[in-house]
Design a protein around this ligand. Structure first.
Ligand code: ZN
Ligand code: ZN
Length: 302
């Protein structure tokens, strides 16, 4: 592995690079800060970006899973049928460099940022060399506090779990001055609640995130630099039932009132067959364009 440990975080993102002028996000529809554009993409990166830009989606976060750069080329090819970048630190840096190339290629047309998605179980062991270059770092949240098959540790409430992961993520992001994003934080819980509706017909008095969860989360985390993602997967799962949507709305409003910033992302892993416009759904949750502060903060950083 290439070591770049002598490199200071201050030097990392901006100096020495010509960065295009930042365009703020123009609409909810125009933001997609969770687009897998590395090892799994089905077309060259430029073509992928162009297909989004052509549809008015021009505030883009291009990212990839950290583990795809740790497993080795052979395992990567076995799992995904291709090796776009070597499965190594150098390969990940090549990915970030290509995203930088897109920033320039689409200057004035689109705002493009690089990101990394780290599994929640990997936060404490991911290489520091992986997080020096991207514009933001996010945590893939998949633990359920209810389903024993998706628990990574015992005795944590949803609020306690989210607080713990947020602290871990902020612990690696703050020293390198990167925004920290909790990706799809309610993915597993929404799946459970949907299953409950399917089996018993209603949610009884279940919550997505209880008052106690909120209290635990507030007590456990300093929110500076932390963002919560509205992931298309979660949005469209919630949209399958009005009661689920109501719970997601309540949770979003709780987070908004706590002063947390939001991110928005499709989590497409390939060029989508259908480009979804989540505007109506997002607005029905009580959120507007200005709530997606990760986009504004990324634009401001430049
Ligand atoms: Zn994920
Ligand atoms: Zn993802």
């Amino acid at each position: 592995m290439m070591s770049r440990s002598g490199r200071s975080p201050e030097r990392t993102p901006k100096k020495g690079r010509k960065v295009p002028p930042a365009l703020p996000p123009k609409s909810i529809k125009g933001i997609d800060l969770h687009l897998h554009a590395g090892q799994e993409r089905d077309v060259p990166m430029k073509q992928l970006v162009q297909s989004f830009v052509d549809r008015g989606i021009s505030f883009l976060g291009l990212l990839d899973h950290s583990e795809l750069y740790e497993m080795g080329d052979e395992a990567l090819r076995a799992e995904h049928g291709q090796v776009v970048y070597p499965s190594s630190t150098q390969g990940l840096i090549s990915f970030y460099r290509e995203v930088d190339g897109m920033k320039h290629a689409f200057r004035g047309t689109a705002s493009i940022y690089s990101g990394l998605e780290v599994g929640e179980w990997d936060i404490l062991r991911v290489s520091r060399d992986f997080i020096l270059d991207p514009d933001f770092v996010g945590c893939h949240m998949n633990t359920s506090c209810h389903d024993p098959n998706y628990r990574h540790y015992e005795n944590a409430s949803c609020g306690g779990h989210l607080a713990r992961r947020a602290r871990e993520l902020l612990g690696i992001c703050r020293p390198v001055a990167k925004p920290a994003v909790l990706f799809h934080p309610f993915h597993r819980r929404l799946q459970e609640l949907r299953a409950l509706i399917q089996t018993q017909g209603n949610l009884a008095d279940e919550e997505l995130f209880t008052k106690e969860d909120a209290a635990t989360f507030i007590d456990g985390v300093d929110f500076e630099g932390l963002y919560v993602e509205l992931n298309f997967g979660d949005l469209y799962t919630a949209a399958t039932h009005p009661d689920l949507l109501k719970l997601l709305r309540r949770t979003c409003l709780t987070f908004k009132h706590l002063g947390l910033g939001f991110s928005l992302g499709s989590d497409y892993h390939k060029t989508p067959q259908q480009f979804r416009d989540p505007t109506e759904l997002v607005e029905s949750l009580g959120l507007g364009l200005k709530d997606f502060s990760l986009a504004y903060d990324l634009a401001d950083q430049e």
